[in-house]
Design a protein around this ligand. Structure first.
Ligand code: ASP
Ligand code: MG
Length: 411
């Protein structure tokens, strides 16, 4: 059994769906096909959720119609005849407005994956590839932490195996889960990779492959840098470090379930089935020998100081991190002195509330619009070059890795 995961960019149009079909048809193994929402659908659905929540029904409805018509075009391009209304109900979504925001968000945003998998499953069938469409909220059991749901691996395992084992091709949604009482949850943005890893783990897959619109794992984001090179082989450890630093190759949570069972993860180019891409596994004979540049954008640097000069590391750490944790802040860097602690976090909608709670007991200052640049395999020359003409608010340096918190970069 193998797991194939296809991201939104890979299935953003009919051409992508045809290509997916080609890849699936060439696999001789049993496979579970994990699919994201098509193209930028998740972003569009976020706008729907936001408008619904603000009671701007007209805006919500017009955004929703745009989402539908984008998919209708793809369905038509594929010569299928399918009714999206059979899979998702606008009336039902509107009914969620009275629940909490995160729950509403998950009900709306999850529609992207429901729609994409239905279309893909139907197209595979039309091309003679028999497959089962699996509604993953029924088997991927999570708690009710909407937008960041925690997976119950034990419950999921038995439910999943029952649905999957013995089937040749299963098509299912990435990113989604479901609570025991049948409410849909999501695992956090870009969570489909994580889904693929969970399925790989629980099904003892031979491998997991992420098909992407890049040649494999590169040493920098080609949209931000010229002359990038492919890294053919990485260890799980490398991959965790890179994805945690913000490399958008794979979701940071992806590695752990695979490492636990020593399942290799392939990152392969969607457009070229003959290319090998990159493999992530336990050890490699070829350590990474090029500098790797990773940008993590939209950061905020929060500095916290006890009001009475208490030693922050001794007396306040637990309290500070409790607030960070409760507000789901994702910490990308920590630095401390005798009486201050600074944390760099992703600037999400929860930050304001966390700042407020911190301010109750501490003096708090912060800087917004920052980027965190991590350079692995750095050198004095590289550091000098990357620092030039930039305002660096904070710098952390180890022998091999440099981390720079930079103001207002717009590359
Ligand atoms: N469609 C979701 C997102 O864009 C999940 C994913 O693509 O992995 O965040
Ligand atoms: Mg996506």
């Amino acid at each position: 059994m193998k797991i194939y995961k296809f991201g939104g960019a890979s299935v953003r149009n009919a051409e992508g769906v045809r290509n997916l079909t080609n890849i699936v048809s060439q696999s001789g193994d049993d496979i579970v096909v994990v699919v994201s929402a098509m193209g930028k659908t998740t972003n569009a659905l976020e706008r729907v959720a936001e408008a619904l929540w603000n009671n701007d029904i007209n805006k919500a409805e017009s955004e929703w119609r745009d989402v539908l018509s984008y998919h209708v075009d793809i369905i038509r391009d594929l010569n299928l005849s399918l009714a999206i209304e059979n899979w998702v109900s606008w009336e039902q979504l509107k009914a969620y407005v009275r629940t909490d925001y995160d729950e509403l968000y998950d009900q709306v945003v999850s529609c992207g994956e429901i729609i994409s998998t239905h279309i893909i499953s139907a197209y595979l069938n039309a091309k003679g590839i028999d497959n089962s469409w699996l509604y993953i909220p029924d088997v991927l059991r999570t708690d009710a932490t909407f937008r960041d749901a925690k997976v119950d691996m034990a419950d999921t395992q038995s439910l999943l195996r029952e649905q999957v084992i013995g089937k040749r091709v299963v098509v299912t949604q990435g990113f989604l889960g479901g609570t025991k009482d049948g409410r849909r949850t999501t695992l956090g943005r870009e969570g489909s990779d994580y889904t693929a890893a969970i399925l790989g783990n629980l099904l003892d897959a031979e491998s997991v492959t992420i098909w992407k619109d890049v040649p494999g794992i590169l040493n920098a984001d080609p949209r931000l840098m010229d002359n990038t090179v492919l890294i053919p082989e990485l260890t799980y450890y490398d991959a965790v470090e890179l994805s945690y630093s913000g490399a958008q190759i794979i979701h940071p949570k992806t590695i752990r379930p695979l490492e636990n069972k020593q399942i290799p993860l392939y990152v392969r180019p969607f457009g070229d089935i003959t290319a090998k891409g990159s493999v992530i596994h336990a050890t490699t004979a070829h350590p990474i020998d090029v500098p790797v540049y990773i940008w993590r954008k939209n950061q905020i640097l929060i500095t916290v100081r006890p009001k009475d000069f208490a030693f922050v590391l001794e007396e306040s750490l637990t309290h500070i991190f409790d607030i960070i944790e409760r507000n789901h802040l994702k910490v990308s860097l920590i630095q401390s002195s005798a009486v201050t602690i600074s944390v760099c976090v992703d600037n999400t909608r929860y930050v304001a509330q966390a700042l407020q709670q911190l301010a109750e007991d501490f003096r708090v200052t912060y800087n917004e619009n920052l980027s965190l640049l991590t350079i692995r395999g750095t050198s004095p020359e590289i550091l000098e070059q990357e620092s030039r003409n930039r305002t660096i608010l904070l710098r952390q340096l180890t022998r091999r890795t440099a981390r720079l918190v930079i103001q207002n970069v717009d590359n």
